[in-house]
Design a protein around this ligand. Sequence first.
Ligand code: ADE
Ligand code: ZN
Length: 323
Amino acid sequence: AAARERQVTVPLAELHVHLEGTASPALAREQARRLGVAIDDLVDGDRYRWQGFGGFLEAYDRVAALFRTPDDFRRLASNYLRDIAARGAVYAELFVSPDHARASGLDPDDYLEAVARGATDAEREAGIVGRLVVVGVRHLGPDAAEAAARLAAMSRHRGVTGFGLAGDERSGHPADFARAFAIAGEAALGLTAHAGEFAGPQAISETLDRLKVTRLGHGVRAVEDAALLDRLRRERIVLEVYPHSNLALGVYPDADAYPLRRLREAGLRLTVSSDDPPFFGTNLAREYAFAESQSFGPAERLALTRTALEAAFVEEGVRRQLL
Ligand code: ADE
Ligand code: ZN
């Protein structure tokens, strides 16, 4: 039965992948060579080399800085979406960071336009639907996050349907970013934020109270607080879960300690995503395989995809076609 079950494939969907975090080490090396930038200390064969969450964020910044032109980003987006479409994905949300574009010397609006074109290319060629979630970078502070929210609010024509908060969760408080989320919310963008990775249940509660998100990036540490689990279930909050990201960053010591099954048993609405696939040695199919390893059978894996499509920041007409 186990062998037969393993052959059951379900359509895949992910709500959370950072665009610059999809670049393979091979591609990074190629970009670095063209630009004359040394990255020998950053790449080790087919893996990136970094230590701890701070080290990961620095490595991410260095990789992002290797992408500079609209064409670079258009290709990054279309290549990633086509790649996961070939593995069975029907929908993905790309997390895009205007602050990283600016650091690369690119106008943020040109960046969004290029990424949107890449998504359109992939839809035409591979049928996969992609939407954009603009993120503020938490450790750059509230003003930068508000600027990102304003840009997002003006960028629906670029395929931007959501706003989120990335960066170092240990920096600042959710309340500091309330204005950024209010700006995005007034523009009817979907709202999500990383919470409950390095900070515990309290940070998740505050994020819900202050930022009015319908989805949480991570959220897994809610498992430490029964009252919070009740709240997440009652409010139908959707968790974007990235098992291999959490394992690579040491949030949990090993797969046996990972709470995916427990979150499911608590009745939460779950999805899985790859986050920054080559940084964490993963891809979307592996995240679904991880769910399978925590005894999610075909119906439960299909539920991950259905939940993702239900919670997607996408136009209702498109959602209906995908569901
Ligand atoms: N930026 C890129 N990837 C990130 C992650 N997984 N968490 C927070 N910020 C990020
Ligand atoms: Zn993330």
